[in-house]
Design a protein around this ligand. Structure first.
Ligand SMILES: Cc1cc2nc3c(=O)[nH]c(=O)nc-3n(C[C@H](O)[C@H](O)[C@H](O)COP(=O)(O)OP(=O)(O)OC[C@H]3O[C@@H](n4cnc5c(N)ncnc54)[C@H](O)[C@@H]3O)c2cc1C
Length: 209
């Protein structure tokens, strides 16, 4: 398990905390060491599935053709922390780092995982869209990464002025909250026109208003 050295009090390796953060996000940053030995970090969609996370991609992508250990980071940005000093200004966040070597899923497991990914990313969509064909499934690599080696880190609350005499300075201090919200659905105008379905109009994520 990774060990947080800076502000370890912000660390949290409780599985429920880790799962709650992962349940709210949509985008993961996946780090690998490429074939030339260089590090590269790629943003990707992911899904939480029990005690693991799933990522998928084209069989042709550099990332999905790589093998070996990976590092997956998910970050929820909750606010900009505006301190009276530039030094103590910060961010409020909840983040998770997961490391390990993913399992490459095959057969029924891969098909099930693709459904889990769809259901996680677009809740209610499975059953209201065409399911993937055999060739589409064959074009897709799916990884499962266990949460066995996962850490969470959380910062919340107002700025912490240090030295405390900074509270006397004639500058504003506080937090500007950051929320993730979905806008009004925009029909593509192609094909049969129909009312926007409820699973689209009611789409929410944890930090949505
Ligand atoms: C939105 C955001 C903005 C940040 N901005 C900065 C910044 O500008 N400068 C800065 O120094 N730090 C920043 N951090 C904190 C940063 O992520 C690290 O926590 C920090 O660099 C200290 O790491 P460390 O030396 O303790 O641990 P490291 O040696 O870097 O990591 C050791 C282990 O600790 C765990 N870990 C470390 N950080 C996190 C984390 N954020 N979430 C979950 N697990 C973690 C991992 O398991 C990792 O393998 C930011 C974090 C977030 C989420």
């Amino acid at each position: 398990m990774g060990e947080i050295k800076r502000h370890p009090e912000r660390g949290n390796s409780q599985r429920e905390v880790i799962r709650a953060i992962l349940a709210e996000g949509l985008v993961a940053h996946v780090g690998i060491i490429d074939a030339q030995g260089a590090p590269v970090v790629i943003p990707m969609a992911y899904a939480l599935d029990g005690d693991s996370i799933l990522v998928h991609g084209s069989v042709a992508s550099r990332l999905m053709r790589s093998a070996g250990p990976i590092c997956v980071t998910v970050t929820l940005l909750d606010g900009l922390v505006v301190a009276r000093s530039l030094f103590n200004s910060s961010m409020n966040y909840r983040s998770v780092v997961v490391t390990g070597t993913p399992d490459v899923l095959e057969g029924d497991e891969r098909e099930r995982a693709l459904m889990v990914l769809s259901a996680f990313l677009l809740p209610g969509r499975v059953g209201h869209s065409r399911e993937p064909s055999r060739p589409e499934i064959r074009q897709t690599t799916v990884w499962r990464l266990s949460l066995a080696e996962a850490t969470a880190k959380i910062r919340s609350g107002p700025p912490k002025e240090d030295p405390a005499s900074d509270y006397e300075l004639p500058y504003w201090g506080g937090v500007v909250p950051v929320h993730t919200t979905f806008g009004a659905p925009e029909p593509d105008g192609a094909g049969v026109s129909m009312p926007v379905p409820e699973h689209i109009t009611t789409m929410r994520r944890g930090t949505s208003d």
